[in-house]
Write a protein that binds this ligand. Structure first.
Ligand SMILES: Cc1cc2nc3c(=O)[nH]c(=O)nc-3n(C[C@H](O)[C@H](O)[C@H](O)COP(=O)(O)OP(=O)(O)OC[C@H]3O[C@@H](n4cnc5c(N)ncnc54)[C@H](O)[C@@H]3O)c2cc1C
Length: 416
């Protein structure tokens, strides 16, 4: 399918299937009485997404039966899906953390590992979690990870505690992709490995679920204890000590996908803001004609478009020079987009009055989701640090170079 046609199909899927399913999903979830159980409407949405060819579109590497899209091509699709964050991405098998996990498996798994884990993930039969963050260490710096992976004969033995493990509480999640310290004597970035662990392995305890600003998200963020968990040595993904590099490879696409979806969330919030304020009158004037509301609308439009252009620029770089060379721009959008979405959704909540906080609107939920992405896949401060590092390096190397540059001129001015 050509990209414009795909976008049209996607929009039609949202209007005819996804938006109407939102209320059904909420009702079924309530009836099930378990925040992590799967409402049956999700399987219907998955079948419909497949039927329309909207399946696994995130994956840039060719897997059997899969036509890859570039990041630039995928961006508008992910944006539209983000408008119904809790339904559309999962219905299309394009939701976090599975997308990053599938990408990791697609790049590094052995044929046996692919058959056991990647095939059912691509088929939407199981889900997976990415298990890195630890309560005891500042995990914003992944080189701190101290959970242990030790070799014992032809087995690996895993010990330690992890938390904020998204999706692990859901019954469909059967695979834990675990990052731990395996080569303590190695250099800072060559000490960790990744192991594929079935969730039902003895020694694994899901100790508690963390709430997010008081919410129990459907995806569940779990604290998990590993007590002498034994898996065959063949469960190692890639080579020993390659874990840090693999984690970085996984995070680039994961981060830009978050940003693409957040842009869709902000667009939906802006739409709600305009609709609601157009239909209510206060002090004799439609709310939408109040100067302050117009300013919110204008600022939101401008900020969304800025964020989208920046995201498309990062996507273009990923497509043309590769994820590694685009790392600084990926960090840049990771700083800009979640904050933009949080601001836009917050304005929409304010413009809707108290209703904006209630379950009658998706805004409160969208706001919490956007706010969490300022931590998930790395906090803002760490991404700013990465952007600054690239910028300083770029300008310093311009100064060190032979060719006269504006930087030389500025230095001369400073010294004179
Ligand atoms: C909703 C949600 C889902 C998540 N899902 C997962 C998951 O599925 N799997 C997983 O492994 N983890 C997950 N996480 C965890 C997330 O990746 C971590 O919270 C994040 O990496 C930060 O680590 P930390 O919480 O240990 O913060 P810390 O490392 O303790 O950092 C605390 C604060 O210190 C500041 N800081 C840190 N470094 C610097 C610096 N260099 N310069 C300036 N300030 C700095 C930042 O403000 C940061 O927020 C999730 C988190 C959230 C909120």
């Amino acid at each position: 399918m050509q990209v414009p046609q795909l976008t049209e199909t996607m929009t039609d899927f949202m209007i005819s299937s996804v938006y109407p399913a939102e209320a059904v999903y909420a009702r079924q979830l309530e009836e099930l009485g378990d925040p992590h159980a799967q409402p049956p409407v999700m399987e219907e949405l998955k079948a419909e997404a497949r039927r329309r060819g909207l399946w696994n579109l995130f994956l840039p590497h060719a897997e059997p039966g899969h036509t890859p899209l570039s990041n630039v091509e995928y961006a508008p699709i992910a944006e539209i899906a983000g408008r119904s964050l809790h339904l559309a991405p999962e219905a299309m098998n394009c939701s976090a953390p599975d997308t990053g996990n599938m990408e990791l498996l697609s790049l590094f798994a052995s044929p046996e590992q692919k058959e056991r884990w990647l095939a059912p993930l691509l088929d939407g039969k199981i889900r997976s979690s990415y298990v890195m963050t630890e309560p005891e260490v500042a995990s914003a710096d992944a080189s701190n990870i101290s959970f242990t992976i030790e070799r014992d004969g032809d087995e690996l033995v895993l010990n330690g505690k992890k938390w904020w493990i998204s999706g692990a509480g859901r019954p469909e999640c059967t695979l834990l992709i675990v990052l731990g310290l395996s080569e303590p004597e190695g250099s800072r970035h060559a000490r960790h490995s990744v192991v594929l662990v079935p969730k039902d392995t003895p020694g694994i305890t899901l100790e508690r679920e963390l709430t997010v600003m008081g919410y129990h998200p459907h995806d569940s963020h779990m604290e998990i204890n590993f007590d002498n968990v034994r898996v065959p040595a063949s469960s190692l993904l890639g080579r020993p000590g390659q874990g840090f590099a693999m984690a970085q490879a996984r995070l680039g696409p994961g981060r830009i996908h978050h940003c693409m979806r957040l842009i869709g969330m902000a667009e939906r919030a802006l739409e709600i803001m305009v609709h609601r304020t157009s239909s209510r009158v206060a002090f004799g004037v439609p709310l939408v004609d109040q100067g302050v509301i117009r300013e919110w609308i204008a600022d939101s439009r401008v900020e969304i478009d800025q964020a989208r252009h920046y995201t498309m620029h990062a996507a273009h770089l990923m497509d043309t020079v590769g994820n590694k060379a685009a790392a600084s721009e990926i960090s840049g959008i990771k700083v800009v987009v979640p904050s933009m979405a949080t601001r836009v959704i917050d304005r929409a909540i304010q413009a809707c009055g108290a209703a904006g906080l209630s379950q009658d609107f998706p805004l409160a939920r969208l706001w919490v989701e956007a706010r969490t992405v300022r931590f998930a896949d790395g906090p803002d401060e760490v991404h700013r640090r990465a952007v600054a590092r690239t910028e300083i390096k770029r300008l310093q190397s311009a100064l060190d170079g032979e060719r006269p540059t504006l930087a030389h001129h500025l230095r001369q001015e400073q010294n004179s």
